[in-house]
Ligand binder design. Structure first.
Ligand SMILES: *Cc1c(COP(=O)(O)O)cnc(C)c1O
Length: 428
């Protein structure tokens, strides 16, 4: 009796609707207004999205519920580097879906094995460890560095220190936000993990001064993306490498956003001709389809993990793994590094040529570009809103800056359209 009543109640509710129209049917029937209303009511407000409901995507274009077309200049914060619904990546995903998706790690699977080999050869590193999100990859690298510190460098137990920099972004776990300098990321999330030290970015003297016998690693983004596209001086990373070598400190490069051709090289550190000891990867590694991340590194460091010391239920699952392999292949096959470099130059040259009274500075490498606005001109959010009305999706970061990080597959025609719209907003 009771069960029957429950079923009756349910048929009037969302479950009844789902029963009647199916998941995709219900989604199709939702209006943009409903989507925004439901999100605001039921989802925690940890983001402030632009007022657009994206419903379909292809390449560098997306469409909203009413069919209005947009050029996607944010590309999921550079996670959709291969374009929305990349054909070859989807083909691999579809075929794999018919075979095997998840095993966990109590057994071996071929897809993960292949990914580990491909990742190591592509990054020229010795060993890899698969995870799911960027933050997890960073946590994994920090754990590896500490273990290496105790086991190999022989730092006294629980005394290991890791140096990070001002303006960093490495993810959102309590440990990671504990060494962020962004108040919004940290406020009321303490107490934080000890053992981290902050120094200014792009400052070699500060690094030398911060080093003592207990320092095991220095973690840094080759370009600070989230921090507003901050590019350090030429030679900085090479100096950092030299100092880390001199003091037997691991250099951890977070290339989650700068990796996979984004800056015009496979990895941003190649601009300085150096190699990290550990590197974190994520975002575009998932081909715009799945969350997958990884740490790659030197054998001496990666070998500190033994069975039981670390893990992840979904890390290295066959589905995500074979998608990641194809994502890397697409990066190579389509020469995305060269495309990013050329497209980036077009954007930067054009924006500079506007001589916009609103723009304070344009910074970028490849298709990782930041446009910073003068304080009196309005915020990045104001400009993102104006661009949205003209069919361009961007996002503000650090109040005064908008980021331009479209899919690296963006076509010349799409670039021209985007530049025209940018001109309209920046010179009006
Ligand atoms: C996005 C990002 C992260 C965090 O990745 P998530 O997948 O969001 O956890 C870490 N580091 C950098 C440099 C990033 O851009």
């Amino acid at each position: 009796m009771k069960e029957k009543n429950d079923n009756k109640e349910r048929s009037k509710s969302i479950f009844g609707e789902l029963e009647k129209y199916g998941v995709l049917g219900v989604i199709e029937r939702m209006t943009a207004e409903e989507v925004i209303g439901i999100t605001e009511k039921y989802s925690a407000h940890n983001y402030a999205p632009l007022p657009v409901v994206v419903d379909r995507g292809e390449g560098a274009r997306v469409w909203d519920k009413e069919g209005k077309e947009y050029i996607d200049l944010i590309g999921c914060y550079s996670a959709v580097s291969h374009g929305h619904r990349n054909k070859r990546i989807i083909e691999v995903a579809m075929k794999q879906m018919d075979k095997l998706l998840n095993t966990g790690r109590p057994v071996y699977n071929s897809e993960m094995a292949l990914l580990m080999k491909v990742l190591c050869e592509y990054t020229k590193m010795d060993m890899a460890l698969p995870m799911n999100t960027g933050a997890e990859a960073v946590e994994t690298a920090l754990k590896a560095a500490r273990r290496w510190g105790y086991g190999i460098k022989k730092v006294p137990k629980d005394k290991a220190e890791i140096i990070a920099v001002e303006g960093n972004f490495h993810g959102r776990t309590i440990t990671i936000v504990g060494f962020s300098t962004e108040e919004a990321y940290r406020n009321d999330f303490g107490p934080f993990t000890p053992g981290f030290k902050i120094i200014p970015y792009n400052n070699i003297d500060a690094l030398e001064k911060a080093i003592n016998d207990n320092v095991v690693a220095f973690i840094i983004e080759p370009i600070q993306a989230e921090g507003g596209v901050i590019i350090p001086d030429k030679g900085y990373l090479a100096e950092v490498r030299r100092i880390c070598d001199k003091h037997n400190i691991l250099l951890i490069l977070d290339e989650i956003q700068t990796g996979f051709a984004r800056t015009g090289k496979d990895f941003a550190h190649q601009w300085e001709g150096i190699k990290p000891d550990l590197m974190t990867l994520g975002k575009a590694l998932g081909g715009g389809l799945v969350p997958i991340s990884a740490v790659v590194g030197r054998e001496e460091v990666m070998k500190v993990f033994d069975p039981g010391s670390h893990g992840s239920t979904f890390g290295g699952n066959p589905f995500a793994s074979c998608i990641a392999v194809e994502a890397i292949m697409e990066t190579i096959r389509e020469n995305l590094a060269e495309k990013a470099l050329k497209a980036g130059e077009k954007f930067i040259t054009a924006i500079k040529s506007f001589n916009s009274p609103y723009v304070k500075e344009v910074r970028g490498k490849g298709l990782l570009i930041g446009v910073e606005f003068k304080l009196e001109a309005g915020t990045g959010h104001d400009f993102a809103d104006k661009l949205l009305k003209l069919g361009i999706i961007t996002k503000d970061t650090h109040k005064q800056t908008i980021r331009i990080t479209p899919p690296l597959t963006i076509t010349d025609e799409e670039i021209s359209i985007a530049i025209d719209k940018l001109r309209m907003v920046l010179t009006k």
